[in-house]
Design a protein around this ligand. Structure first.
Ligand code: MBD
Ligand code: FE
Length: 301
């Protein structure tokens, strides 16, 4: 195998390409890009990647640009970001509470903010559209690190319909805006309850970039049925998480690596309909940043 990446010529090429010795530009971007380019060149050399193969990869990325939000979780990168944040938290002693897991690409900002104070309501309905399937009921409490009820939380919930399609992203265009999406305003006791039409697992769009990539890897593009959450509350760290149904055939075979220990409840069907009791435990905020959301670009409607 040749070994030119470490040569003076290529090292100098990397410095020049990343603007290392230029005064202008963003220093953090420069060093990250330099390392990324060096990794890419190392892979090209290691696997003797041809010109044809390189431009095939570029064409794949160009054609798949609309699906980067699916490719990132599909290749485990979004899960790796969680593992990285978990590792940093562990290092700084920020442990405990409900595990985080990936947001995914299908959140829509601005869902109806509804009163979910369970002392005043009987459980919020998330589903606007008719859907001929079971009714899922979830309920529980948001607490803090000492088990104290979390006051004035907002529980953001979003999930697919029984065809595995999310409102706003539905290829059939059949769903109302914000079907199966709500922001639930909780009361002083942190208790929540909602019901909705049971989701089915999501699958990547047939023949799209993610699907073609998964096929080329001998994998599939399916997720178990799941429900997404953000939990935000004054004084607490915003939690991004989801539950995946523990009895789904893909419960342990999630294309997006979003299933985690502690987040795989099996619905109780003893009443005839699926019921999931689930409590959330939040960490306390250490800064106002902790109380906010990541700056990820999100859909709005
Ligand atoms: C989803 O519904 C999802 O949650 C993720 C992470 C990726 C693709 C579709
Ligand atoms: Fe999802």
């Amino acid at each position: 195998m040749t070994n030119i990446v470490h040569s003076t010529e290529v090292q100098s090429l990397l410095d020049r390409a990343a603007g290392i010795n230029e005064d202008g530009g963003n220093p953090r971007l420069k060093i990250i890009l330099r390392d990324t380019l060096e990794m890419l060149m190392t892979v090209i050399e290691k696997h003797d990647i041809s010109e044809d193969e390189f431009w095939l990869a570029v064409r794949f990325l160009q054609d798949g640009v609309d699906e980067f939000g699916l490719i990132a979780p599909g290749l485990g990168i979004e899960h790796f970001l969680d593992l990285h944040m978990d590792a940093k938290d562990a290092e700084s002693g920020r442990t405990g509470g409900t595990p985080r897991t990936i947001e995914g690409p299908l959140y829509v900002a601005g869902a109806p903010l509804v009163n979910g104070d369970v002392t005043k309501t009987n459980g919020v309905n998330l589903t606007t559209d008719p859907d001929d399937t079971e009714t899922l009921t979830m309920s529980g409490q948001i607490t803090g690190p000492d088990g104290e009820p979390v006051k004035d939380a907002i529980l953001h919930v979003w999930h697919a319909n029984s065809k595995g399609f999310y409102s706003h992203f539905d290829p059939t265009s059949e769903q109302s805006p914000f079907n199966n999406r709500r922001r639930i305003k909780l009361g002083p006791d942190g208790r929540y309850a909602f019901h909705s039409k049971m989701p089915r697992g999501y699958s990547v769009p047939p023949d799209g970039a993610s699907d073609r990539l998964m096929q080329a890897l001998g994998r599939h593009g399916d997720r178990p049925a799941h429900v997404h959450f953000f939990v935000e509350a004054p004084g607490y760290r915003t939690l991004t998480t989801q539950i995946n149904f523990g009895d789904d055939p893909n419960a342990h075979n999630d294309f997006a690596f979003g299933t985690r220990e502690g987040l795989l409840p099996i619905p109780d069907r003893s009443s005839g309909q699926p019921v999931i009791p689930f409590n959330f435990q939040l960490q306390r905020a250490q800064s106002s940043d902790d109380e906010g959301f990541s700056n990820r670009a999100r859909a709005t409607a």
